[in-house]
Write a protein that binds this ligand. Structure first.
Ligand code: BG6
Length: 279
């Protein structure tokens, strides 16, 4: 099943797999705004106050941050890929799962912001209890390029204060606004308050427990994991979040930040975030 739909007026693609999973991606940003695993409930957090306006970021789901993570460079926050319209290339329904592919290529508009020739491809694969997001970056130009990127996944949790993220003990991290790198000493990371950390070279899997639901979150190619929740005070200041929205989300982002990825002309980089729900 695949159908073009509108999400708050924004063009999007909805599709499902034979084994009962479904997903919705807006063409702006190739932004996954819904993932419902087979037999389960919505697994992503979407802010009910999100803007759905051309050129403005969507709050929730899975923003694709490229070619700059956060404000680490001269471009706007998280780069421009999340604010541009991607092309929908089609659905592949081989087997029980179903994958949708989206692409964004450099254009006069992107070149005006960032003078590099590139091609981005995002393949969103759903099937049963699993989601795979595969980002591929190709340097289509004749000069080297370097970028930072993230799949900025907002997981829906029933109550962030009791959600538990496991698997980061012993991993070095940097808190936003701090200069010193620290080492995670906790077996279980909780986010009852504001958290904004880049974990460097994490293990390939973390485990997010939310009540009886467990999400196994894997990454390949991406070198870092970002854990973010704005907490109560910052959330209240965000125009596109309801005041209590922070309680129902936790971002666990597959990221490539330090060092930036360098691609020679013609070179390709692949990064994948995989999520499996078990309960
Ligand atoms: C996270 C960053 O990835 O994204 C945070 O680590 C940032 O610092 C957050 O606040 C949200 O960014 P934005 O641009 O979507 O508000």
């Amino acid at each position: 099943m695949v159908e073009p739909i509108g999400v708050n007026g924004m063009p999007a693609i909805r599709w499902g797999s034979r084994n009962g999973a479904s997903a919705v991606v807006t063409l702006q940003g190739a932004h996954l705004v819904s993932w419902v695993p087979a037999g389960g409930e919505e697994a992503l957090y979407m802010s009910e106050r999100s803007a759905f306006e051309a050129g403005r970021p969507i709050r929730g789901g899975v923003p694709v941050c490229f070619p700059q993570f956060a404000d680490r460079g001269a471009l706007g926050q998280h780069g421009f890929a999340r604010n541009f319209d991607w092309r929908f290339l089609g659905i592949d329904e081989a087997g029980e799962g179903a994958s949708a592919t989206f692409a964004l290529e450099s254009s006069p508009k992107t070149l005006a912001l960032w003078p590099r020739a590139f091609r981005l491809e995002l393949v969103v694969s759903i099937g049963g209890a699993q989601l795979d997001l595969a980002l591929r970056v190709t340097n289509t130009g004749s000069t080297p390029l370097s970028f930072t990127a993230a799949l900025h996944t907002y997981f829906r949790v029933s109550e962030v204060a009791t959600a538990r993220l496991e698997g980061l003990r012993g991993v070095k991290f940097l808190t936003r606004g701090c200069l010193d790198v620290e080492v995670e000493t906790r077996e279980i990371v909780t986010a009852a308050e504001f958290i904004d950390r880049i974990y460097f070279a994490p293990p390939p899997w973390t485990r997010l427990q939310d009540g009886a639901r467990v999400l196994h979150i894997g990454q390949r190619g991406f070198t870092d994991t970002v854990v973010w929740n704005p907490g109560r005070d910052r959330c209240e200041l965000m125009a596109d979040m309801p005041p209590a929205g922070y309680r129902h989300m936790l971002c666990v982002e597959a990221a490539a930040i330090e060092p930036p990825i360098a691609l020679a002309p013609g070179e390709v980089w692949n990064g994948v975030q995989s999520v499996t729900l078990s309960s």
